[in-house]
Design a binder for this molecule. Structure first.
Ligand code: FES
Length: 262
C-alpha cells in the first residue's frame, strides 16, 4: 500500500535484470522500468529488441518494486511459452533489451467495494494468475484469502502469505485435489476478484451473481495495438462491445456476456 502509482503510459526499451524458469512452460522476466508506476491489474505490451514478430505481446504485471531513488523500479512478468513472440521472450538473456509499452488498461483498485464488512477472495487459475498475485501485494495482510488453481505444479505464489493461500491442483500433486472453485465459498467474502481461464471466470460469475456477491474479473484477449485503436480485443458486455485493452482488462463480472461458454 502507499505506492505512488502513475497513470500515463510510455514506450521504452528496458534491460532484463532477471530471468527465471518457473515451470517447463512458464518463465518470469524482471526488467528495469524507468516509467510511470503500474498498478495491480494493469499490463504492458512486450517485444524483444531483436524480433521476428511485428506486434508486442500483452502481459499482466506480476509484481512491481519501486526504486529507492524515487522514480522507476523493477517490473516482473510471468509468461507462458505459447507462440513465436513468447518463445522469443523465453530466449532473452539478462542484460538484453525488451521494448515495453505501458502501463496499460484499468486496475483492481478502481473496483474496490467500500463500506462492506468481510474479507476479500482473490482467485487465480494457472498462467492467468498474475493480476491477482499483483493485487495481493497491494492489500494489507489479513484482509484477503488467495485461491490458486493449477493443473499440476503451482507457481508464482512466493509472495502470498501461506496462511492465506489455498491451493488446488487437478492431479492432486500439491494442495487439495480438484478445481479451485470446488473449495471457494463466495458467500464468505464481501467481494471476489478473479483472473484465469474464461470458463472458470464464467462459473465464478454465475455463482457470485446467484449469491449477490460483487465479483470483478480480469479478461484476456489477443491484442494488436493495446491502446484502443484497432478494435481487435472486443469484450461483449450488457452495455455493448467494449475494448479489453482500454475499457478493461478488469470488468464487473455481471456485465460480461460469456457467449462462447454456454
Ligand atoms: S488491442 Fe487494439 S483496440 Fe484493444
Amino acid at each position: 500500500m502507499g505506492i505512488p502509482w502513475g497513470s500515463s503510459k510510455k514506450n521504452l526499451f528496458c534491460k532484463v535484470s532477471r530471468y527465471q524458469d518457473l515451470t517447463a512452460e512458464v518463465f518470469q522476466l524482471e526488467l528495469s522500468w524507468p516509467g510511470p508506476s503500474p498498478r495491480a491489474g494493469q499490463f504492458f505490451m512486450l517485444k524483444p529488441q531483436r524480433t521476428s514478430v511485428f506486434l508486442g505481446r500483452p502481459v499482466s504485471v506480476t509484481s512491481w518494486k519501486p526504486s529507492d531513488q524515487g522514480s522507476g523500479g523493477l517490473v516482473a512478468f510471468s509468461i507462458a511459452k505459447r507462440g513465436r513472440g513468447t518463445q522469443e521472450l523465453a530466449r532473452i538473456q539478462r542484460g538484453e533489451l525488451v521494448e515495453l509499452t505501458g502501463p496499460l488498461g484499468n486496475y483492481w483498485g478502481a473496483f474496490d467495494v467500500q463500506g462492506l464488512p468481510g474479507h476479500l477472495a482473490l482467485v487465480g487459475g494457472g498462467i492467468g494468475i498474475a493480476p491477482c498475485v499483483a493485487l495481493a501485494a497491494e492489500l494489507p495482510t489479513g484482509t484477503f484469502d488467495f485461491y490458486g488453481g493449477f493443473k499440476s505444479l503451482p507457481f508464482g505464489l512466493e509472495n502470498i502469505p501461506p496462511h492465506a493461500c489455498i491451493i488446488a491442483t487437478e492431479d492432486g500433486s500439491h494442495g487439495r485435489k480438484g478445481r479451485i472453485l470446488d473449495f471457494l465459498e463466495p458467500a464468505r467474502y464481501r467481494c471476489v476478484y478473479a483472473c484465469g481461464p474464461e470458463p472458470m471466470l464464467k462459473a465464478l460469475a454465475d455463482r457470485c451473481k446467484a449469491l449477490g456477491v460483487p465479483c470483478f474479473i480480469s479478461l484476456e484477449r489477443h491484442m494488436a495495438c493495446g491502446v484502443g485503436a484497432c478494435l481487435g480485443c472486443t469484450v461483449s458486455t450488457i452495455h455493448g462491445n467494449r475494448r479489453c485493452c482500454v475499457d478493461g482488462p478488469i470488468f464487473r463480472a455481471q456485465e460480461v456476456r460469456f457467449d462462447p461458454y454456454p
